[in-house]
Structure formats: C-alpha cells, structure tokens
Design a protein around this ligand. Structure first.
Ligand code: AHR
Length: 350
C-alpha cells in the first residue's frame, strides 16, 4: 500500500516540540522521516531539472512544465543536463544555492540522482520526482522526497508484450532496444515485457490491463539480443544495425521508446527490409512520428507514456503546500495506439 505524507503533520510535530531538542526520540524520528515542508504562498520559485532534450517526449514535457508555471505565475528555474548525471547533480546543487522553494526532478538514472534528492532534503527543499524514479533503498518517497508522478513502466512493458505475443501468434525472434542504463523506465519496461512473456507478470496496482498471460507464458517468444540505445533515435539505429546483423532471423523488435523504434525502422529500410512486414515493431511513448509510422504501416503499436506533466505537477505542489495528504506514487493513465486508432490521435500528438 502506498504511504502518505502530510506536511501539516510535520509542522504540528515541530511546533509541539519547539525545536528538535524538545522532541521525544519517537517524534524526532517522525519529523526526520518526512520531506521538508513547503511554506504556503501565492507564488513560488520552483526548480525543474530536465535530464535531456534529445527527443520530442522531452520537448513536450518541458513545454508542459513551462506553460503551466507561466499560467500560474510561478518563477521556473529551468536546467537541462544534456544526458549527464554529473551535470544534473550540479544543476540540483545550483537550485539549492538559488534557494528555490521546491524542485521538480526528472532524474536520468536511479542511483546517482538519489544522492541529489538527499542533498535537497538536507537543504530543506522538498522534491517531487517527475517521470523517473530514484533508488528507494537510498531515498524514500514520503520521507526523502514528496512523491513520484509518472507512468507505470512495468505495465507499459507488459502491454507491449501482450500486443506482440498476440500479433505474432505466440512465436517470435525478438531484438530488444533498451532505454538508458540504470534508469527506472529501462529497468521496469524490460521487467514488464519479460515477466509477461514468462507468464509471471502481476499488476501490482491492479491497473486492469493487460490480463495475466496464460500459465507458462509464451515460450515461443524469444528475446535473442538486448542492448541499450539510450532512448535516442541515432543510437537506436546503430545498435539495431549491429544486433540485426548478428541475428538476421529476428522478426520482431521491442523498443523501450519510439525514438529507438524509429531508428530501427530507418535501419531496416536501409537494409532493404520492409518494417511492419519483415520485422514487426512495438514501442512506448506515443509521439507524433510514431503514430505516423503506425498509419504508414511501419510501426505496429506504441504504448502511451504521457509527457504532459505540468498540470498534475503544480497541482500536487499546491496540495502539498496546503498540508493535504499526498500519495507517494501518482500514476498517469496511459492509452494504447495501434492501426485501429493512430490516425484519430495524430493531430493531438506531440
Ligand atoms: O522516462 C520516460 C522516457 O524518457 C520516455 O519514454 C523517453 O522517450 C524519455 O527520454
């Protein structure tokens, strides 16, 4: 069950003790085990640490955060780490030095950025994680940071697996293009996909879809090669070229995001193959280029991972400031796009 955190409870605990020295050991532990409070104000100076801007998903996420901050009149201190953990840690340090009221952090990978969360907590600045999580053995939701807002990546992987298993009739030779090594979407999308095919997938949050795989799973669905393409189109293309040369009988691709799937499509076309016919491809995100590729018959399906975080992020920040109970894991609902509906959603895609 998700834990909840209430800023008001922390404030009550601190006020009652009139200082840490006056708190009983039990109350002290309670106080230390909560993220820093957020003072109630009309306008905030808020940090948003973006990991990179190398694909349309990130562009849409940044635009959503900037638009919402502007609409609500908050000052947004925006940084972009260029895909570097070291730069992103330095970006958080800079936000701490600028004394922002709260930090929205989209962490590149789980372990290094967990340390940045702890630094912000030490500085008395609450953190809300957007779209990727940190290692919870290092930093815990509801204690070290307020909450995680994003998709259920395990479910995304399982939905991709379900579509591919059905489309391939339970038999396929699969190349997997993984996302950024050490990032929560790469780890969880792999787990969801593999667990579903093995028949061991469980929907921990009872999201309803996909239904469990048949007992024993799909033994005819074999992942023969798997390597990171770092969520990038160019890298996805070059990695796929190498893996496909080594596995020329592959007839399916599972890409952890649309950009790498589009890279694989380009590589297949350059090799004289027909994507969608010779090799069936499924991916995750729901970008405009991906929906167009579905309409064109090159991409089979994409599981949505919604990048438009602005409204939910700022709504959650205000609820936290108001002392409301905050779920430590807030899951965005995601749709599914294939040949039956891609054209319908093309205009609204990013
Ligand atoms: O963390 C979400 C992932 O990050 C998206 O699927 C990907 O496209 C992005 O870079």
């Amino acid at each position: 069950m998700d834990r909840m955190v209430s800023r008001r409870r922390l404030v009550q605990v601190s006020a009652a003790g009139a200082g840490v020295a006056a708190l009983s050991p039990m109350l002290l532990r309670t106080a230390m085990a909560a993220p820093p409070p957020l003072e109630k104000k009309d306008k905030y100076k808020v940090g948003f640490s973006q990991v990179e801007m190398n694909n349309p998903w990130r562009t849409a996420q940044t635009a959503s955060m900037q638009d919402e901050a502007k609409k609500l009149g908050h000052e947004l201190v925006y940084t972009e780490a260029g895909g570097s953990e070291a730069k992103q840690i330095a970006d958080v340090d800079s936000m701490i030095a600028q004394q922002v009221d709260l930090i929205f952090l989209a962490p590149r990978s789980e372990k290094p950025l967990a340390q940045a969360v702890l630094k912000a907590k030490d500085a008395g600045i609450p953190v809300i994680l957007l779209d990727r999580d940190v290692d919870q053995t290092i930093a815990k939701p509801g204690e070290d940071y307020v909450c995680f807002i994003g998709s259920n990546f395990i479910q995304e992987g399982a939905r991709a697996a379900e579509w591919l298993a059905q489309t391939m009739g339970g038999t396929a030779t699969i190349i997997e293009l993984e996302g950024t090594t050490g990032s929560s979407p790469a780890m969880d999308r792999q787990k969801g996909f593999r667990d579903f095919l093995a028949g061991t997938y469980v929907s921990e949050e009872n999201l309803g879809t996909p239904a469990p795989a048949p007992s024993g799973g799909f033994p005819g669905m074999q992942v023969v090669a798997s390597q990171t393409g770092d969520f990038a189109r160019d890298e996805g293309r070059t990695v796929f070229e190498t893996l496909y040369q080594a596995n020329p009988t592959a007839n399916a691709v599972y890409a952890h995001n649309d950009e790498m799937a589009l890279g694989a499509i380009a590589a297949l076309e350059a090799a004289g193959k027909v994507p969608g016919t010779d090799v069936v491809i499924v991916s995750i995100d729901g970008s405009r280029d991906a929906l167009q590729a579905i309409v064109d018959g090159k991409l089979g399906a994409t599981v949505e991972c919604n990048p438009r975080f602005g409204p939910k992020a700022f709504e959650t920040m205000m609820q936290y400031a108001n002392g409301e109970q905050i779920e430590t894991k807030i899951i965005n609902p995601d749709r599914f796009f294939d040949a039956t509906n891609a054209e319908e959603f093309l205009d609204e895609a990013y």
